[in-house]
Ligand binder design. Structure first.
Ligand code: NAD
Ligand code: GLY
Length: 368
């Protein structure tokens, strides 16, 4: 896809979901300018939910802006990390809302990566049976994936994202300027979800990613703008057709069945979510090859792209039985049968089961 003439001009991608439709704004300086956005819900109070890493970087900018819009703007900083995506931390949000006397119109702002976004969204879905929320994603992963589409959740020790709700934000604001402070390892983790959109939906985008990997890893603004925009367009297209994952939306989980097993098997936070997804896509590509959807050359190509993005391509040796046990808990499993997102052809994915023996071969081949 060609870039627009000024790649740094503010862009908007729309999620079409009837009366739950909303825009994703993509540009720079959007955190400061957010308060003037006409889409912001009217309320007396706002709660900015962030974490200990992001708060000192961006919370004051957002708080100052919103103070012109809401009579009371509160800030809550959660502990940072995937291992805190749990009930205990979620409860801190409810504690803060109740202690501050927040009513059912209070607007929650999720300022941070996917962990903050998923937990804040879940809190918004359930506080007083639902309050409005706005996503202000500050990681690449959150801008291209987790802030969009309304999946909210916390982890359970037995499985990733097992407790949650579908609940759409009112607005998503992707300020590309926030990516400048992202550590390289986190940038690479975000690239996993960008790469994902190529093999499942748009091979021209995979060509573009391959040609621009160095610029992506250097976080060049014009290139990031295109990566975020195209990723959001593809996600919007899929979510617009299948909001609650009755079918098509599952393709967005390419690499995630293996990836979630790696995250849970090692303990949350040991590998980053994007690292597990990167390696999981390589494993899913091998499985696709065994099922006849793609050839060796394609598997090699995808492996090289994932590796060049700074992501692992060999999984941890958890053991075949442990992988299978963990993957049976995946949300796509039916009656104990694991179902994988595999490639039916380059650029096209579907959900398929596979004999345990074939999955075992993939695990043996891809784990060191
Ligand atoms: P994260 O939220 O843990 O953020 C990564 C790290 O970067 C954290 O330490 C964070 O504090 C820090 N950080 C955030 N913004 C920063 C910035 N601008 N500068 C410097 N540091 C910054 O991880 P993530 O990769 O953003 O998200 C992963 C989570 O998202 C997982 O829990 C995953 O399950 C979830 N997820 C959800 C969906 C969905 O559809 N809801 C989709 C994909 C992933
Ligand atoms: N990240 C997968 C989904 O939103 O469905």
């Amino acid at each position: 896809m060609a870039m627009s003439q000024d790649p740094l001009a503010p862009q908007e991608v729309r999620i079409d979901l009837g009366d739950r439709s909303y825009p994703i704004l993509i540009g720079t300086g959007l955190v400061e300018g957010l308060a003037s956005n006409a889409m912001l819900p009217k309320a007396a109070a706002a709660l900015i939910v962030t974490n200990a890493t992001v708060e000192p970087l961006y919370a004051e900018r957002l708080r100052t802006g919103l103070a012109g819009r809401y009579a009371n703007v509160h800030v809550l900083s959660l502990p940072d990390g995937e291992r805190h995506k749990d009930w205990e931390t979620l409860n801190l949000i409810f504690d803060a809302l109740l202690a501050r006397g927040c009513d059912r119109k209070t607007v929650l702002f999720a300022l941070g990566g996917g962990v903050v976004g998923d937990m804040t969204g879940f809190a918004a879905a359930s506080y007083m049976r639902g309050v409005p929320f706005v996503q202000v994603p500050t990681t690449l992963l959150a801008q291209v994936d987790s802030s969009v589409g309304g999946k909210t959740a916390i982890n359970h020790p037995l499985g990733k994202n097992m407790i949650g709700a579908f609940y759409q934000p009112q607005l998503v604001v992707c300020d590309l300027g926030t990516l400048a402070t992202l550590p390289p390892r986190e940038l690479s983790a975000g690239l996993a979800e960008v790469i994902k959109y190529g093999p499942i939906a748009d091979m021209a985008f995979l060509d573009w990613i391959e040609a621009n990997l160095a610029a992506l890893r250097a976080c060049e603004p014009a290139v990031m703008a295109h990566a975020v925009r195209r990723s959001c367009e593809i996600k919007a297209e899929v979510v617009g057709q299948d909001e609650r994952e009755q079918g098509l939306r599952a393709i967005l989980n390419f690499g995630h069945t293996f990836g979630h097993a790696i995250e849970a098997g090692l303990g949350y936070g040991e590998w980053l979510h994007g690292e597990a997804v990167g390696c999981g896509m390589v494993m899913a590509a091998h499985l696709s090859q065994r099922l006849g959807g793609v050839d060796d050359a394609f598997v090699g190509r995808l492996t090289r792209v994932v590796e060049a993005a700074g992501l692992p391509v060999l999984g941890p040796k958890l053991g075949v039985d442990r992988y299978l046990e963990l993957m049976r808990l995946d949300k796509k499993s039916e009656a104990g049968e694991i179902r994988f997102v595999t490639l039916e052809a380059p650029g096209r994915a579907g959900v398929h089961s596979a004999p345990d023996a074939v999955v075992a071969e993939v695990i043996e081949q891809c784990c060191n």
